[in-house]
Ligand binder design. Structure first.
Ligand SMILES: [Mn+2]
Length: 367
């Protein structure tokens, strides 16, 4: 297993690369979507939070797709700093909103996704993380929920406010959309849209040598803002993977999100999917509680035994990248860095432990 750091777009520079190397990382996961553009309730020194039903920010320029030249330059810049670029995390909603919404520009936007997959292959970037979601990551509140009053995010109940026209994936893709809200669709319709997306994207991804990695719904409630969620229980990941046996059909395996789900045994789930060799990379985050009442915690402080998770991944020969997902903000002049350094230190020690043969004392666990 390899240790990496996820960097938001405004963090893709030498200072953050040096911070990653200093923390023991060898890999970077890069976000190219600017989640923070014009976001009223979305400070850039934290994970994108937004408000409970206030979008993160404004999506990018649909006419400017990420090019092979830009992606190659990014990979070289990261390599010059002594790191490897493992994945691009998330598609800009501007590129694919009508794939999520089954709108009039769907065909054109599938060509966008295919062009990006080819560009990534050309640039030598092996994974594209995506989140097939209409509401996106929203419905959360921020507060001093983590140990010692550290600011973190969580949920304090279902969020049912409809999504305004022009918003999808919790970003504004059309600021001039007519007044009104998005009509609800069924779970079956959302799965149909995903299947169609994968049918058209996977052959291109496979040919380009790129793996598509699906993030589960965060937070994992059956519906969010009157729209269905796709993977909101641990067992539902199986349905996604059963859509296609393509080696490019993989998971962006988010432990925090999986732990927020109301059904399933997370240790069995990690064992099951890692044994199927479907994990592209893993988000490490701990939580307390279940959706829709949970909060994010420090990595060593939630309900999940993270050393046991590392043990299971190692047992199943997972050799991909693990990264901190989100961490609580620590009280100092660099709250994001401190939270990440704490998580990375924990993971570095945990990885060393399992590679040296550590087995959790409670295994096999007695009922
Ligand atoms: Mn995640």
């Amino acid at each position: 297993m390899k240790l990496g750091l996820g960097l938001y777009r405004h963090m893709l520079n030498d200072d953050y690369y040096a911070f990653a190397v200093q923390s023991g990382c060898t890999h970077v996961i890069a976000h190219l979507v600017d989640y923070f553009k014009q976001g009223a309730a979305n400070p850039a020194h934290n994970q994108p939070t937004g408000g409970k039903d206030t979008p993160w920010g404004v999506a990018g320029d649909p006419r400017h797709l990420w090019t092979a030249a830009e992606l190659t330059a990014l990979r070289r810049q990261i390599e010059a700093a002594g790191l490897k670029l493992e994945a691009i995390e998330n598609l800009d909603p501007a590129y694919w909103y009508d794939i999520l919404l089954d709108g009039p520009r769907r065909a054109e936007q599938m060509r966008n996704v295919q062009a990006i997959l080819r560009a990534m292959g050309e640039a030598g970037i092996p994974i594209l993380g995506y989140n097939f979601s209409i509401a996106g990551v929203c419905g959360r509140v921020s507060g001093p929920f983590a140990r010692g009053g550290a600011e973190s995010v969580g949920m304090d109940g279902e969020v049912d406010t409809p999504i305004p026209n022009g918003v999808v994936w919790n970003m504004v893709y059309d600021p001039d959309a007519p007044v009104g809200t998005l009509a609800s669709i069924t779970h079956d319709e959302l799965w149909r849209r995903l299947e169609r997306f994968l049918e058209e994207a996977l052959p291109v991804a496979e040919k380009a040598g790129v793996r598509l990695a699906a993030h589960p719904d965060d937070p994992p409630t059956p519906t969010m803002r009157r729209q269905p969620r796709l993977v909101y229980q641990q067992a539902m990941y199986q349905r996604l993977i059963d859509i296609s046996p393509s080696p490019s059909n993989q998971f962006e395996f988010c432990l925090g999100t999986l732990a927020e789900m109301t059904e399933g045994d997370l240790y069995q789930t990690v064992d099951r999917y890692s044994a199927q060799r479907r994990l592209a990379y893993v988000h490490f985050r701990n939580v307390s509680g279940k959706a829709p009442h949970y909060h994010e915690t420090f990595i060593d402080d939630g309900e999940v035994d993270m050393l046991r998770i590392l043990y299971l991944l190692h047992k199943n020969d997972f050799d991909g990248v693990v990264i901190p997902d989100h961490a609580p903000q620590m009280n100092c002049s660099a709250p994001w860095h401190a939270g990440m350094a704490h998580t990375l230190g924990f993971l570095r020690a945990g990885l060393d432990a399992v590679e040296r043969g550590f087995v959790p004392a409670e295994l096999p666990r007695q009922p």
